[in-house]
Ligand binder design. Structure first.
Ligand SMILES: O=P(O)(O)OC[C@H]1O[C@](O)(CO)[C@@H](O)[C@@H]1O
Length: 453
């Protein structure tokens, strides 16, 4: 069995020529140089490249100590954050943890229940979460690089005050951990004035590339995931995906092939998972690629699907709808556990031919069958496979996609490290909410909403 992540584009080959790849090799080399020598756009945000080998031992120890304290004194960890300050940790916990971890009886669960908040604007979500916290010991990790993002800031105001009421201000302080910029932003100021323990998001690492900083690592460690193993997987991937030569670098091949498909009219990439545990990894991946590439009126639109359930809903479109998409199948070679299909000689359900077979066998066959059908239907398929679902391979996956994304952005001719488009809705939102300084804009927007000429 292959011991590392494997990328396979053989099911996409009939949709382009080998010469397309050959011709792209010099552009890939140029993108590699831009990334590694810092000559490309957004070069001040390349700190993630070396995170797997740069995270200081003392910082890791502090994360482990904080995580152990939280595990010992809390039933619940609340993690406040949105986008890159949320999705990475959520992806790791979902992918590597127990499916129903928060529902396991305390005796069977080794770690606190972990709930994410500040990632939506639903009053119902907040109210229900508050109900759930009744009678529980709680710690809180608030995460925001800018320290000014509205959704987490509102949630933090609410839960900080809840914690202060429950524990009194001094004790609440010892249960609040802030992950933010070293010096800038409202959260940094607040954390310092209150004396919270803080963790730093390096200045040269953007939100969506921050999973291997304390942004991801603290909640991941609280969830009982081996942080060192995860970082080792990322560190080994860093070595493995270092070659500037396209033929030798699977990570660059992924970037190149998706770029070729895009140039050939495949405008949508569907990240397909066969494990419900991949759902939030796909959410993390979507932010990574959408914010990195979707600009200057360009970019592949990243979406995700969960098979086999989605084969019974959007499967029809995938097979026979508009041919403007390709799939990237994210899969694991072998499940850690298997469940055997039982014997039933009466065979009223007609399933006796599967008697004695494992669900993992079924999963593999559905995957192969759907892939071949979709390829026959005109959908190129790429495959990213890891041997097992472990922290090590999670780290590998993260690094593979982050680096492919950066190279992909340079191949596309955009700055992969900014996200100016996200600001447009924010300005409207602030104006409509009545933030000081936005008065004129508020008037104009309200006139448009009323339908005035
Ligand atoms: O960590 P912060 O600064 O709160 O930002 C959260 C998210 O919001 C964005 O800035 C977009 O609004 C993302 O890029 C980022 O991951």
């Amino acid at each position: 069995m292959n011991q590392t992540l494997r990328f396979d584009y053989s099911h996409a080959c009939k949709f382009f020529e080998q010469t397309d790849l050959d011709q792209l090799a010099p552009e890939v080399l140029r993108s590699h140089i831009q990334l590694h020598q810092g000559t490309g756009a957004g070069s001040e945000l390349r700190g993630w490249l070396d995170l797997p080998i740069k995270c200081e031992k003392s910082e890791r120890e502090r994360i482990v100590q904080a995580a152990t304290r939280i595990q010992e004194n809390s039933d619940v960890l609340l993690v406040i954050g949105i986008g890159g300050s949320y999705l990475g940790a959520k992806a790791a916990l979902e992918m590597l943890g127990h499916h129903f971890t928060n529902l396991l009886p305390a005796g069977k669960r080794r770690v606190p229940e972990i709930y994410f908040v500040g990632n939506n604007i639903s009053p119902v979500y907040l109210a229900h979460l508050l109900e759930l916290l009744e009678g529980k010991e709680v710690s809180l990790n608030v995460i925001s690089k800018s320290g000014t993002t509205m959704e987490p800031a509102i949630a933090f105001r609410l839960f900080r005050s809840w914690m202060e009421k429950k524990y009194g201000r001094p004790k609440a302080r010892s249960r609040i951990y802030a992950t933010t910029d070293r010096a800038k932003g409202a959260l940094r100021q607040l954390a310092e004035s209150e004396g919270y323990e803080t963790f730093v998001i390096p200045e040269d690492v953007g939100g969506r590339f921050s999973i291997l900083t304390p942004v991801g690592l603290l909640p991941i460690a609280v969830g009982g995931i081996d942080m060192d193993e995860l970082m080792q997987g990322a560190a080994d991937a860093r070595e493995r995906f270092l070659s500037p030569v396209l033929a030798d670098n699977p990570c660059y091949q992924y970037a190149a092939v998706r770029n070729i498909l895009y140039r050939r009219g495949k405008l949508i990439e569907v990240l397909v998972g066969y494990e419900p545990r991949f759902r939030f990894f796909a959410e993390w991946w979507k932010q990574l690629f959408a914010e990195s590439e979707g600009k200057d009126n360009k970019g592949i639109f990243p979406v995700s699907a969960e098979y086999s359930t989605d084969l019974h809903s959007i499967g029809q479109y995938l097979q026979s709808g508009t041919r403007h998409l390709f799939e990237t199948v994210l899969t694991v070679h072998k499940s850690d556990v298997d469940v055997t299909i039982g014997d039933d000689p009466a065979n009223l359900d007609g399933l006796q031919y599967l008697s004695g077979k494992g669900m993992d066998f079924v999963r593999q066959k559905v995957l192969q069958g759907a892939m071949l059908a979709h390829v026959d239907g005109g959908v190129p398929n790429l495959v990213v496979e890891i041997p097992r679902l472990t922290a090590y391979h999670f780290g590998e996956l993260v690094y593979f996609f982050e680096k492919a994304c950066a190279i992909s952005g340079y191949l596309l001719g955009v700055n992969p490290f900014d996200q100016p488009g996200v600001e447009a809705y924010k300005a409207n939102m602030f104006a409509l909410l009545g933030r000081p300084g936005f008065e004129k804009m508020k008037e104009e927007l309200e006139a448009r909403i009323r339908g005035d000429d």
